[in-house]
Design a protein around this ligand. Structure first.
Ligand SMILES: [Zn+2]
Length: 127
């Protein structure tokens, strides 16, 4: 499931969707806020252009929305089970979503490009 060739490998390891070798984001630490969404222009291995067309990653906002709703649902269930009030649950959700926002933004971009670009074993280099 998390081996080269699987979509989840490229998504969770921050790798090029086509070869799974080159890094997708410039900064591997997602909490470096200055460069959190900066991506390489091209893959260092297979030279795939990551920005497939102008404004390509605007579509990733729909995936961010879905991820945010899913996390908010799970957190609200946790807050309900912990016995928090409605306002407490809202504050809890706000804090957790703020902390997780770099993760959801990056994951959504990786998921989005993996929808359009498929793994090509001939362009991968086995390490
Ligand atoms: Zn590549």
């Amino acid at each position: 499931m998390f081996q080269k060739g699987a979509k989840l490998y490229g998504i969770f390891k921050n790798k090029c969707p086509q070869c799974h070798n080159g890094d997708f984001f410039i900064e591997s630490n997602m909490f470096t806020f200055k460069n959190v969404l900066k991506i390489h222009e091209r893959c260092s291995n297979c030279h795939l252009k990551y920005m497939i067309e102008p404004s390509f990653f605007y579509g990733a906002m729909y995936i961010t929305y879905a991820l945010t709703i899913a996390v908010a649902f799970v957190i609200s269930l946790m807050g309900y089970l912990m016995g928090l009030s409605f306002i407490g649950v809202l504050i809890f959700i706000s804090i957790i979503l703020t902390i997780l926002s770099p993760l959801s933004l990056r994951l959504s971009r990786l998921i989005y490009i993996n929808i359009f670009v498929h793994f090509d074993k001939s362009k991968s280099v086995d390490n």
